[in-house]
Design a protein around this ligand. Structure first.
Ligand code: CRA
Length: 824
């Protein structure tokens, strides 16, 4: 971009200005008029109109960045779980009132248009949503950042229930048009795959290797605006879409055969076709590796050739960029940069390695050993033969370094090898990232500690300065300001609106926890949020929820380590106590147990658990003995849009993973910020939440991580808990008896027998502690004023969990970049 671009003007920031622009878009953009326009027409026209209000800022941001060449962050992530865009854009442009009024003057209801937006579900869960929060924060903090990822044609599947069992439907989010993206097919880049390598001698007489690829595809960039909150900055998210190259359909797949050529097209476009619905478990599939290399190669090519000025000296690359690797999915970028520098630019290996090591940093998001990505040497060598050579060379140097450091410890050297030998020869992507990256961070204090002590212990010992922590965060714009307008108004009326960009200011609410009027107002907000949720669930799912019950919520991916079955055992225990007459229904605190969870389509135990939640729900919700005091609500297809309605309404947040398994969690933060109290284990970011909100305002239970480790080392026997604990036995027996499956004992047998024989995540060991903690919850909830006080304190003390703070930590500890305020 040059300086002498024609200046464009932002449409007038008035109701009339908006209406004019909107009608123009409806006529010229949609080719229709008000009398004829469908809701979708109006939504698309409005979205494009809103976009116009951000355009000057976007272009100015790009222009200024080109001039200043300030150090930027390139956030490389296979997932960006953005959620709906409209409200966020309206907020950033300060347009909500203008638009609402403008549309109303045309007889259009903004709320109706809002519902027309299909959220881009380009992520699985926490990791993808985290990426979306981070780019929001960077834009709001004026930090130069470009997000790079994949424009999946199909995002995370749409979950439906058939007889209570999960059935996946494709998420065709692009079907009705996608007004937030800007495609640039003219800037497509070529990505090579396959083929072989060959040796040759360069002019100086040195033997070098080069890649002779077998096939290639095109990557078409789609740009998205990432607007900062009312600050004049708009960063860019660039997502790549795969297309066939001309050579591809003309040559590789047999020219002359038209049908074959079209099939070739499909083959190429498959690369960005669908998001792998796997969360915290990698898919070792070839297509997945293709996706990873595809988006990373496009992004590096784009950054080096398009974003940087043509005369840029790559020796200064670390002063200009840091590539943040969001888990191991983009780690193939490391050998790719080496390949570009050594093979394409002719650098010496050592020079290239020195620069590469300064350009990458790696975030690890897991503690589950089975979730650490490895790629078989066979597959990697077939798809990316030159990259495999480069990885071997990196490993060779690394092994030599280790042998010098630990001459008498060959076992250790082999343990640390980037190449694993068993069960098959494979590349350990986390090790590669750790060796090559300037920093490695975990995502919560406990997680980072466990990374150092356990998962990557040899490495933290070898590179003590590489390891650091950055506790996750969530954006207060989307998850408080937008999702909870009632609470936002209440907070602003008490302490002003500075909290939206400086969440530590919430501390100023602390004294108000002791103010009865404030507490009453706070309760009113909660109730209004519940009523809003009641409407949403009735409309969306046909589910009836009583707003006068405690709303107890567990929403997150379905995973054994997260222990939805533990929650379910609590529900079954209450059900058993009441129906057996052990407890009178009048003595039970009325509760609605809300679940939201998708299971990976191939994860059998998780899908069984979904079936069981629905089965228990069906029985509990229909048993007259419970008099409607206990209800299970399991809306299908939990996503960002539903989270925005559920979280602000919640009273109790369930964060009950086995200690040492949940890297951080981010839902836990969203609930605390919206005034729910947490019942949780000492795991992930729960630890920090509890420290900040205080023991009195958090229901802690369960084994601590070292206790878990000890029990597992000693040999864990779940049956002993079953035998010794009556209510646990009753609950499990009830499930096994077929009470929730129409008398059929086989249906949920796998769940029961898994708990009794293996119970990998110690559900039975934590059962009694959990039941006891739930009794403490009931007692606390009975004292409305004290409960509200705790809820207010949760809000007041959770400012730390802003993703703005996470970004400050990344900047200070890892990136060393600086904000660039816009020109005024
Ligand atoms: N599944 C962790 O399990 C964490 C997020 C974001 C996860 C969560 O505890 O909050 O990352 N890990 O840091 C992951 O995706 C590949 O690992 C997650 O979302």
């Amino acid at each position: 971009m040059t300086d002498n671009t024609t200046p464009i003007a932002t449409p007038e920031h008035t109701v009339d200005g908006f209406v004019r622009e909107f009608l123009r878009e409806l006529n010229f953009g949609q080719g229709t008029d008000l009398t004829r326009a469908s809701v979708n027409d109006k939504y698309l026209a409005m979205a494009r109109t809103v976009r116009h209000y951000l355009m000057v800022r976007w272009l100015a941001t790009l222009r200024r960045q080109y001039q200043l060449q300030a150090k930027s962050v390139a956030y490389l992530s296979a997932e960006f779980l953005l959620g709906r865009q409209l409200d966020n854009a309206l907020l950033a442009a300060d347009l909500d009132e203008v638009v609402e009024e403008g549309l109303a003057s045309l007889g259009i209801d903004l709320a109706e248009l809002r519902e027309a937006e299909v959220e881009p579900g380009l992520g699985n869960g926490g990791l993808g949503r985290l990426a979306a929060c981070f780019i929001d924060s960077l834009a709001t903090m004026n930090v130069p950042c470009i997000g790079y990822g994949i424009r999946y044609e199909y995002g995370i599947f749409r979950q439906t229930f058939v007889d209570g069992w999960q059935v996946e439907k494709p998420d065709n989010w692009l079907a009705l048009g996608s007004p937030w993206e800007f495609p640039h097919p003219e800037s497509a880049v070529t990505v090579d795959f396959g083929g072989h390598t060959e040796q040759y001698t360069d002019e100086s007489g040195t033997t070098r290797s080069r890649w002779v690829p077998g096939w290639s595809v095109l990557g078409v960039p789609y740009n998205y605006m990432v607007p900062g909150f009312e600050n004049g900055r708009v960063n860019t998210l660039r997502l790549w879409s795969a297309r066939a190259t001309r050579a591809f359909d003309l040559e590789i797949f047999n020219a002359g055969d038209y049908a074959q050529a079209v099939r070739a097209q499909t083959f190429a476009e498959n690369i960005s076709k669908v998001l792998y619905p796997e969360d915290s478990t990698p898919q070792g599939k070839e297509l997945r590796l293709q996706q990873q290399y595809f988006f990373v190669a496009c992004s590096l090519r784009d950054f080096l050739d398009q974003v940087l000025p043509h005369d840029f000296d790559l020796r200064n690359l670390p002063d200009r960029i840091v590539f943040q690797l969001n888990d191991t999915h983009p780690v193939i970028a490391i050998p790719e940069l080496m390949r570009i520098l050594v093979d394409e630019r002719g650098w010496e290996w050592s020079e290239a390695w020195a620069i590469t090591q300064k350009c990458f940093a790696y975030t690890c998001h897991t503690l589950l050993p089975e979730a650490l990505e490895v790629w078989s040497v066979e597959l990697l060598g077939k798809l990316l033969p030159r990259h495999l050579e480069i990885i071997y060379r990196i490993n060779e140097d690394f092994m030599a370094e280790l042998r010098e450091a630990y001459p008498d410890d060959e076992l250790r050297v082999r343990r640390m090898s980037i190449i694993a030998e068993y069960p098959e020869r494979a590349v350990r992507m986390a090790y590669l990232a750790t060796v090559a990256g300037s920093k490695v961070n975990g995502v919560a204090a406990l997680h980072s500690q466990l990374l150092k002590d356990k998962v990557l212990h040899d490495f933290s010992d070898h590179y003590p300065d590489k390891f650091t922590n950055v506790t996750n965060g969530v954006t207060p714009r989307r998850f408080v300001r937008l999702a909870n307008p009632g609470l936002s108004e209440l907070i602003t009326s008490a302490i002003g609106d500075g909290w939206v960009t400086d969440l530590d200011k919430l501390q100023e609410l602390e004294p108000l926890a002791d103010d009865a009027d404030f507490r009453a107002a706070f309760r009113q907000v909660k109730r209004a949020n519940k009523l809003r949720l009641v409407d949403v669930l009735a409309e969306r799912d046909g589910i009836t929820v009583d707003p006068d019950t405690m709303l107890d919520v567990m929403v997150k991916r379905l995973h054994e380590y997260k222990r939805q079955t533990l929650k379910l055992l609590h529900v079954v225990t209450l059900y058993d106590q009441v129906t057996s007459g052990a407890v009178k229904i009048e003595d039970v605190t009325p509760r609605t147990f809300a679940f939201g969870a998708k299971a990976a389509p191939g994860y059998r135990m998780a899908k069984q658990t979904i079936g069981l939640i629905n089965a228990v729900g069906r029985v509990v919700n229909n048993d007259p003995a419970l008099q409607g005091r206990l209800t299970v609500a399991f809306p299908a297809n939990y996503n960002v849009t539903l989270a925005e309605k559920l979280i602000p309404a919640a009273d109790l947040s369930e964060q009950i993973s086995l200690a040492g398994k949940e890297a951080s969690g981010t839902g836990n933060m969203k609930f605390a910020l919206n005034g729910a109290l947490t019942i949780g284990t000492d795991d992930g970011a729960n630890v920090e939440i509890r420290e900040l909100v205080g023991d009195d305002n958090f229901f802690l239970f369960g084994l601590l991580e070292p206790e878990v480790a000890e029990i597992v080392d000693r040999g864990y026997h779940p049956t002993s808990y079953y035998e010794e604990n009556r209510s646990l036995r009753h609950a499990l027996d009830l499930i096994a008896s077929g009470a929730f499956s129409g008398g059929d004992r086989a249906t949920f047998e796998p769940i029961v027998s898994n708990l009794l024989s293996e119970d990998r995540f110690l559900v039975l060991a934590d059962y009694q502690a959990y039941i006891d903690a739930q009794e403490r919850v009931d007692e606390a909830y009975a004292d409305t004023e004290a409960w509200t006080r705790s809820a207010v304190l949760n809000v007041a003390r959770s400012g730390f969990f802003s993703s703005d703070r996470s970004m400050r930590d990344y900047i200070d500890r890892i990136w060393h970049t600086h904000p660039v305020p816009p020109e005024r």
